[in-house]
Design a protein around this ligand. Structure first.
Ligand SMILES: [Zn+2]
Length: 1022
């Protein structure tokens, strides 16, 4: 037989496009439309419903950027339509080529009841089925004219990303605004033909099934009278019934579809718009659940539920009902789908605490899965946190975006730094916006790497970010794919049902050890520095506020600020969302974030001051106290306590001497304190740092440290997200100094100030050596006015090592210093928390930071002496122009330190020290004893707080920080009635693996490498 495939396939496309799809709505009449535009920000629903309207018609422009318009549509169902299905078609001016990211609407009845959302690919509103002739139609639409930021030519700088710069030009033009007859038979025929046409295209051309489908499609097209599609659609469908009824092969891949809308909590729109995006999509989805009995929808991010609860109670009532029925499924267990690279140990833990607790309290639901489809990489600390939150599974899709290497598994055990293993699934459909297209289903089946031993995968299905979620078309297609020859099978399922099956069928999944590094979006560790510093500062202040408030509560009875801390934590957690903390949002988001962080800092400072005042006593007492919130003692001040300051004696730490500074004949200075001798040359660069105890030089010969380096930085796409490897090809060393001068000189400390100017910017650095400290402090102030540049601070070290340590949550992980494989080469920019540490046996260097996350480590071998130079570079600033055209312009301050002769214990200690400065308070108390005090350096207290349940119990979280075994004792300074190991939600938990034994005044602990333990300590009565 002749091969006429392309003829039939082309025929199918044209007849579908030009005849069958238009026949879905065979008759229509225009609606009367009127509009009111809110003068500024969105108004409450009642106000929008009541506002006076003026007429507007299809074709008219509406909608300034970020504006809100209330439309009223009115009409009468023609008498002739009695008994038929009638829908309103409301096209706000959508560009259907983009499923979301533009204008949107939420439809209300006159009484304020939400009906459903309006989205680019979801423009219908059911009026009646069957309709009564003469029926009056009156609906209101809250329409948001959000501008398109990511356009056809993506990543062009735009001023639309902030209401303050966006102007007032209308963004949209009303399109079709009609009442129409909906012909369900024709719509079903469209679904039949789309499913079969898309299946056919994926089937092998030499297989019989492809030809059977092709012939059936041809017969269906023959059965259609092109002048009477509505009258012949049923006949066409009957020609397709046979091929649609043929069952899937027994070995077919099995897809658990779950309705979903990935809604970024802020991104190309401000936080306030997400509140409405979520309301629109959930209104859609609760409506779809009522229409479609098999459909299951899942939504993550407790924050988004909290928003609907607060701002759209009428929508929330429907969500609660659907959750109770088990069909609207809260997914994951985090406050938001956060970044996981940068949040601190505690913040990462609290994401789960607040997320899981919200779902438990609101819905009585406790999830076992972490749901992070879109997060930009996953730290080795995360598995233990997931396990300690009482969860056991992880879903993400993002690693499929890696530029270089294809991940070898879709279902596997992910092992973290402490050895915890989490059953993890990457959906092989490679998207979290599956639309049930045949190409997606076939790709999932073909792409699945665990074939032969596993058969199930998951497909999050629906349009996110203003696309309105799953459509009725996706549900119709899924129904046809339930059991269809030639296709993977599809069932709507809850994530938990998928994970249970996937785990049961896969007895010995492969294991991946260490971080899940995303080989993309590496610049999100640096972009929007002020947002990142706001996060870091808030995390540190929260630690202090909890510690001192708990101490004051137990010691003085000062009321513990439960409600304030709960609210502040949730605000910090929200801003760790995977487009806010990473710096990939529009200017509006980052401008607001900066202001929010400033407000939080003021509140937290006040909480800290209040607690410290209660502990220190009346200021008239005249005694100085030094409070130490770090987990290690400093000078004479215990960790978590306060003591009188020691007299500022040189070398009071027991070694070293007073500080000296000497000018060098060739220019520059030598700073010394008996522990270190630091040479700063005439250019203000560090040419030598000698560890006096053993004469060891830290700086590689022939190099200069603390060198600021400037690279051009114009990635191929995703400007705020990406730095491409070629940025390194070109570099300018900022060696010219405007000033190199000693600005402080005393026994206690010596400081050299170095000022530079470059491009349109300036950088002022101070290098300080203090008595008693084997550490060079470096404070950097940059007034940054560059465009598309990357600023790094380089420390070339005379160290030979295969690997280095970078701190992450509850420990650190190792990364290689070389690029043997494509996997290692791809990690050319990576994340650290407070330190990176490099060592040869017996001697190492720590570089600590209070400010930055991104860094790189490279190695070279010197021609002169054959030694290895290992260079650590902190990433300070970038200047991308999309989506914020003025990213990072202005003043920035950074604090780093170089610590020669540091072991891993020193790196941990100095990392905390630089992040948590001492506070001096004048009062009447002599000292404040810490509530808890570990006797082992590796037992690091990560949080001291009162239990969230208000019982008055103390909650203490401790982890092993050095990567070894730690056996020690946590002494309590109060009589202890009980000590119970808990999970992160502060519930008794038998999953703690370490030994925990309590007695009357402390707890004995034996922890394995990086193990974390949460203890609930009940003080004895009286
Ligand atoms: Zn996202």
């Amino acid at each position: 037989m002749h091969d006429d495939r392309s003829l039939v396939e082309s025929r199918l496309k044209r007849v579908l496009d030009e005849r069958i799809r238009p026949a879905v709505y065979p008759e229509s009449v225009p609606l009367e439309v009127s509009i009111w535009t809110a003068p500024g920000e969105p108004v409450p629903v009642a106000e929008g419903l009541a506002a006076p309207r003026t007429p507007i018609a299809a074709g008219d422009a509406w909608g300034a950027p970020w504006g809100t318009s209330w439309l009223t549509v009115a009409g009468t169902v023609p008498e002739a339509w009695a008994g038929r299905t009638v829908e309103a078609l409301i096209d706000l001016g959508f560009d259907a080529n983009m499923p979301g990211f533009q204008c949107e609407g939420l439809v209300y009845r006159p009484d304020g009841t939400p009906v459903k959302g309006l989205n680019p690919r979801n423009q219908w509103v059911r009026i009646a089925a069957p309709a009564a002739g003469g029926e009056q139609v009156l609906l209101h639409v809250e329409a948001a004219s959000n501008p398109v930021i990511l356009d056809y030519h993506p990543f062009l700088p735009t001023e639309l990303g902030d209401r303050e710069t966006a102007g007032s030009e209308p963004q949209y033009r009303l399109e079709r605004m009609d009442l129409a007859v909906f012909d369900e038979t024709v719509w079903q025929l469209v679904m039949d033909l789309e499913v079969l046409g898309e299946l056919m295209a994926e089937l092998p051309a030499d297989g019989a099934r492809r030809w059977e489908v092709l012939r059936a499609v041809e017969r269906a097209l023959d059965a259609i009278d092109l002048q009477d599609v509505n009258g012949t659609a049923a006949a066409a469908r009957s020609q397709l019934a046979g091929v649609l009824a043929a069952p899937a092969a027994p070995s077919a891949h099995r897809i658990s579809a779950v309705g979903h809308a990935h809604i970024d909590s802020a991104w190309l729109w401000p936080l306030r718009e997400t509140v409405r995006k979520v309301a629109r999509t959930t209104a859609n989805m609760t409506a779809l659940l009522e229409d479609e009995p098999d459909f299951v929808y899942t939504m993550s991010q407790a924050q988004q539920y909290a928003w609907i609860k607060e701002h759209r109670p009428e929508v929330y009532a429907r969500v609660k009902k659907a959750v109770a029925e088990g069909r609207f499924v809260p997914a994951g267990g985090m406050w938001v789908e956060s970044d996981t690279n940068m949040p601190s140990s505690e913040a990462m833990a609290r994401q789960f605490v607040h997320g899981k607790r919200f779902f438990l309290e609101e819905f009585g639901v406790e999830n076992q899965e972490a749901w992070l489809p879109d997060t930009f990489g996953f730290t080795g600390g995360l598995p233990q946190i997931i396990r300690n939150a009482g969860s056991k599974w992880l879903l993400t899709q993002k690693i499929s975006w890696s530029q270089i290497n294809k991940f070898p598994h879709h279902t596997f055990l992910w092992e973290g730094i402490d050895g915890t293993r989490i059953f993890t699934h990457f959906p092989p459909v490679d998207t979290y916006n599956c639309s049930m297209k045949g190409s997606e289903i076939a790709h999932a089946a073909r792409n699945f790497k665990d074939k032969g031993v596993a058969r199930h995968s998951i497909a999050p299905t629906g349009w996110g970010d203003g696309g309105g979620g799953t459509t009725r078309e996706m549900v119709a297609k899924a129904a046809r794919l339930r059991d269809l020859e030639g296709s993977a099978t599809v069932r709507w399922e809850r994530p938990a049902a998928f994970f249970e099956k996937a785990e049961a069928e896969y007895a010995h999944p492969p294991v991946w050890v260490g971080e899940l590094y995303l080989e993309l979006h590496r610049a999100t560790l640096t972009s929007q520095a002020r947002t990142k510093q706001g996060n870091r500062r808030s995390e540190n202040l929260l630690r202090e506020a909890e510690l001192w408030s708990a101490t004051a509560a137990l010691r003085t009875g000062l009321p513990y600020p439960y409600r304030e801390l709960d609210r502040i934590w949730k605000t910090v957690l929200l801003h760790q969302f995977h487009d806010i903390l990473p710096g990939s949002s529009i200017a509006w988001v980052h401008r607001e974030a900066e202001a929010t962080y400033a407000g939080l800092a003021a509140e937290l400072e006040a909480l800290i001051a209040r607690a410290q005042r209660a502990l220190a006593g009346d200021a008239a007492g005249g005694r100085d106290l030094v409070f130490n919130a770090a987990p290690h003692a400093r000078s004479s001040v215990p960790a978590g306590g306060a003591a009188a300051p020691t007299a500022a004696l040189p070398g009071s730490a027991g070694s070293g001497s007073g500080c000296t500074v000497a000018a060098r004949p060739e220019g520059g200075f030598v700073l010394a304190n008996g522990l270190l001798s630091v040479t700063v040359d005439a250019d203000g660069l560090v040419t030598s740092v000698v560890d006096t105890a053993n004469g060891r030089e830290a700086v590689a010969p022939g190099t200069r440290a603390n060198l600021l380096q400037l690279h051009p930085d114009f990635p191929n796409m995703w400007d705020a997200w990406d730095v491409d490897q070629f940025y390194r090809n070109t570099v300018t060393d900022l060696t010219e100094a405007d000033e190199v001068a000693v600005v402080h000189e005393s026994d206690d400390a010596v400081t050299v100030r170095v000022a530079r100017s470059f491009g349109s910017s300036t950088a002022v650095q101070t290098l300080t050596l203090r008595a008693g400290d084997r550490r060079l402090d470096i404070d950097t102030e940059v007034d940054w006015h560059e465009t598309e540049k990357f600023l790094k601070a380089a420390f070339p070290l005379d160290l030979h090592t295969e690997r280095y340590a970078a701190e992450t949550q509850f420990g650190y992980l190792h990364r290689p210093t070389h690029t043997n494989t494509s996997w290692e080469a791809a990690k050319f920019e990576a994340c650290n928390h407070r330190f990176v540490h490099l060592e040869e046996p017996g001697w190492g260097v720590a570089l600590v930071t209070a400010s930055t996350y991104g860094h790189d480590v490279t190695r070279t071998v010197r021609d002169t002496d054959g030694g290895t130079t290992t260079t650590v570079r902190f990433s300070l600033l970038r200047a991308p122009r999309f989506p914020d055209p003025r990213t990072d312009q202005g003043l920035h301050r950074f604090r780093h330190a170089l610590v020669p002769g540091a072991g891993i214990a020193d790196a941990v200690r100095e990392g905390y020290r630089i992040s948590l400065p001492e506070r001096r308070v004048t009062g009447s108390a002599e000292a404040v004893r810490p509530l808890v005090e570990p006797d082992h350096d590796a037992l690091v207290v990560s949080a001291v707080k009162l239990a969230d349940d208000g019982s008055g119990d103390l909650v203490v979280r401790v982890y092993e920080a050095h990567g070894g075994r730690a056996r020690g004792r946590l002494a309590t300074s109060f009589p202890l009635a009980a000590a119970v190991p808990c999970d992160l939600l502060e519930r008794p938990w038998d999953g703690t693996r370490g030994e925990v034994t309590a007695d009357g005044d402390g707890v004995s602990l034996a922890l394995r490498p990086f193990e974390l333990v949460t203890l609930r300590l009940t003080p004895a009565a009286g």
